[in-house]
Design a protein around this ligand. Structure first.
Ligand code: HEC
Ligand code: HEC
Ligand code: HEC
Ligand code: HEC
Ligand code: HEC
Ligand code: HEC
Ligand code: HEC
Ligand code: HEC
Ligand code: HEC
Ligand code: HEC
Ligand code: HEC
Length: 388
């Protein structure tokens, strides 16, 4: 009979059995304790897990929280030892991709970590009720309002422990994240449009002495009345297509479980023009729907005649041309000059180049109608002959 069998069956051996059981349990408990503590120190997250967390450690080391343990935020607050151990088991499957370097990058691209992190993680150290928050100059912030609405800390402070500004990622395929402490990110909820979740008026977040105009608007060619205005048009078109591709990017994610009570998208999906401008601001100035409808190039005479001021805002080259329909000449008679009407100058062009080029569009009788009968006769002629 083996020694083990005797130990288990003979009553005389019972004290010895109890002793051995005690030894085994103690060793086991010590192992669990050591491995739990061991796997909770930053060295474990960043040392052997090395490779996989190289980038996250790099950002962490640039943060204001560098003195903390990773588990302060990434493991439940005041968890019972059992929860703590279960939490370890939950991430055990991550060990294989880590060892075999088959982990997927970019990590946390859809921000599920920020969306899911509970406030206790932060309020265990920060009590905003007894702290006066000092904001940067020019920024007004109200923490209480958001707490009441159930907006979590990491809905805004998502990169507080992993700032990415001056960091070059080393892992192939890793990419930087959105930072929700920028104005566009506030406009995931705030907006100037009616019926928004939260207000978008500048004065809600900026004091009266704050310069509200961004640097881009001071660039030459951004907008100049009767001059170069293509700057804002190009920026607007670029922004529209950027937002369209961001929408595709966001549509690629499985739905993230929000802790939020409020519906909140991604910062990249926010069109920056419409954070500071209500859509009406643009159409008020354009005066018509933009871009021009299809076929407009060949059929715009009527629209131009009905609403000449709107056309003039974009097509007139001077205040002079912005009156009535004189702006038509900017395109139709490129030889015209912005400072004079075409009537005042058309004959100078004819004297140099002759009238032949004019007859590409005009019937000679158009000219003579005016020369003989005066402008009224010309207008009558135009009406009867549809401009030819
Ligand atoms: C002060 C709280 C805090 C501490 C401490 C902290 N993190 Fe994070 N961590 C976060 C938050 C919040 C996110 C979510 C960021 C997001 O979704 O934009 C995050 C994200 C991550 C991610 C996902 C990748 C990324 O950059 O979004 C990894 C991996 C990570 N942390 C590892 C670590 C490691 C390793 C440590 C310790 C060296 C650590 N964290 C310490 C709060 C913290
Ligand atoms: C273990 C304690 C601890 C935890 C957990 C913690 N912080 Fe901090 N935090 C600090 C300390 C210490 C400082 C530096 C001194 C200060 O400003 O209070 C700091 C600084 C800050 C600052 C100001 C500096 C900066 O980088 O902007 C913000 C904002 C902040 N923490 C937000 C958070 C958020 C959000 C969380 C939760 C994701 C969090 N903290 C979790 C201890 C903590
Ligand atoms: C709606 C967005 C938002 C939410 C939600 C939010 N904060 Fe803030 N927080 C800000 C802004 C904006 C500032 C001012 C930052 C600046 O101007 O530099 C700030 C400032 C702070 C500061 C002060 C930093 C300093 O340098 O003094 C701390 C600490 C802080 N927040 C912690 C928290 C904690 C903890 C929570 C969750 C209970 C939280 N915040 C929720 C937007 C937010
Ligand atoms: C998740 C949605 C959400 C995000 C993101 C968010 N807010 Fe808010 N904010 C709200 C809601 C909701 C209110 C309350 C609106 C109300 O009372 O009508 C609010 C109100 C405010 C107010 C008070 C306005 C007032 O009426 O006086 C300030 C200031 C403010 N937010 C600043 C910010 C800043 C700065 C950011 C970005 C750093 C931000 N918010 C991001 C949802 C959000
Ligand atoms: C919900 C809060 C909020 C509202 C409302 C808001 N802002 Fe901001 N704004 C911010 C925050 C936060 C920053 C600083 C972060 C950044 O630079 O993006 C900022 C920065 C700016 C800046 C400097 C950065 C830049 O892009 O040049 C300008 C200019 C500005 N805001 C203009 C405006 C104007 C104009 C309005 C009103 C139409 C407005 N803001 C409304 C939160 C807000
Ligand atoms: C950070 C806020 C902010 C953003 C973002 C912004 N604007 Fe503006 N914009 C302003 C302010 C403030 C004015 C001056 C408004 C006024 O005079 O009523 C202005 C004025 C303008 C004007 C009138 C001409 C001028 O320069 O005064 C145009 C055109 C314009 N913006 C287009 C755009 C377009 C297009 C975008 C997006 C590519 C954009 N803006 C983004 C704040 C902003
Ligand atoms: C102060 C008047 C004014 C305002 C305000 C204004 N625009 Fe314009 N917009 C113009 C002018 C003038 C042009 C013609 C530009 C050119 O070709 O030089 C134009 C042209 C454009 C075009 C090009 C149209 C095309 O078919 O190529 C786009 C796009 C555009 N604007 C977008 C915007 C957006 C978006 C806003 C609001 C954020 C805005 N604009 C606000 C005056 C304005
Ligand atoms: C917001 C500025 C804006 C307004 C207002 C506007 N246009 Fe234009 N228009 C443009 C721009 C920019 C182009 C060139 C790009 C394009 O084809 O969309 C253009 C192109 C055209 C063309 C085609 C020219 C060619 O060579 O093919 C015609 C014709 C025209 N506009 C007529 C008009 C008339 C008539 C009106 C008034 C009903 C008007 N536009 C109002 C900005 C404007
Ligand atoms: C942005 C430049 C532009 C402006 C401004 C413009 N036009 Fe034109 N227009 C054109 C071009 C280009 C054509 C030639 C289109 C074609 O046949 O392909 C044209 C053709 C025409 C035609 C002849 C259409 C046909 O049947 O072939 C008429 C009539 C006309 N324009 C009237 C006007 C009037 C009236 C105005 C001012 C209210 C005006 N246009 C302003 C560019 C312009
Ligand atoms: C590309 C076609 C085109 C060519 C080429 C052209 N015109 Fe015109 N012209 C027009 C259109 C369109 C109008 C506007 C007709 C209307 O009022 O409906 C016009 C109007 C005029 C007017 C009346 C302007 C006013 O303010 O009432 C004169 C004068 C004129 N053209 C002279 C000329 C002369 C001279 C030439 C040759 C140097 C010439 N045109 C070449 C298309 C053309
Ligand atoms: C809307 C009326 C009008 C139309 C249409 C018109 N003209 Fe004229 N034209 C005038 C007026 C008015 C003068 C005299 C200008 C002055 O002396 O200031 C003039 C003068 C001239 C002269 C100089 C005559 C001289 O004796 O010095 C020539 C050449 C001329 N036009 C050519 C044309 C041609 C070619 C067309 C057609 C393609 C045309 N005009 C269409 C109004 C018109």
């Amino acid at each position: 009979m083996s020694r083990l069998k005797r130990l288990l069956t003979e009553p005389a051996k019972r004290p010895q059995l109890i002793l051995w059981c005690g030894v085994v349990l103690t060793v086991l408990a010590a192992f669990v304790a050591v491995s739990t503590i061991g796997t909770s120190v930053n060295w474990f997250c960043t040392g052997p897990c090395h490779i996989v967390h190289d980038d996250n450690t790099m950002t962490f080391e640039k943060s204001s929280h560098v003195m903390l343990s990773c588990v302060a935020c990434h493991e439940p607050v005041n968890a019972s030892p059992l929860t703590f151990v279960l939490k370890k088991l939950e991430v055990l499957p991550d060990a294989f991709p880590t060892i075999f370097k088959t982990f997927e990058l970019p990590m946390n691209e859809n921000h599920s970590l920020a969306f899911e992190m509970p406030d206790e993680q932060c309020t265990q150290c920060h009590n905003l009720e007894n702290r006066t928050v000092t904001t940067s100059p020019g920024i007004i912030m109200n923490h209480g309002v958001h707490a009441n609405e159930g907006v979590s800390c990491t809905s805004c402070h998502n990169r507080v422990a992993h700032p990415e500004e001056d960091v070059e990622y080393v892992l192939e395929g890793d990419r930087k994240h959105e930072d929700w402490m920028v104005m566009d990110a506030c406009f995931r909820c705030h907006s100037l449009e009616a019926g928004a979740l939260a207000p978008g008026e500048c004065a809600k977040c900026h004091p009266a002495d704050f310069d509200l105009v961004p640097a881009s608007h001071y660039e030459p060619g951004w907008y100049q009345e009767f001059g170069e205005s293509g700057g804002h048009a190009a920026a607007a078109s670029e922004e529209t297509s950027r937002v369209a591709s961001a929408a595709q990017w966001a549509a690629g994610f499985d739905e993230v479980k929000h802790r939020e009570t409020l519906d909140m998208g991604y910062e990249r999906s926010v069109n920056t023009c419409f954070t500071c401008h209500a859509k009406q601001f643009c159409t008020d100035c354009h005066g018509i729907e933009m871009p021009h409808p299809e076929g407009f190039a060949t059929d715009h005479g009527a629209a131009g005649t009905q609403n000449p001021q709107a056309c003039a805002r974009c097509h007139a080259r001077s205040a002079n041309e912005a009156e009535g329909k004189i702006f038509c000449n900017a395109c139709h008679h490129p030889q015209s000059t912005p400072d004079k009407t075409w009537i005042q100058t058309h004959f100078e062009v004819v004297k140099i180049d002759g009238a032949q080029p004019c007859f590409e569009c005009h019937n000679p009788r158009y000219c003579s109608a005016c020369h003989v009968g005066g402008p009224e006769a010309a207008a009558r002629y135009v009406q009867e002959n549809a401009g030819k």
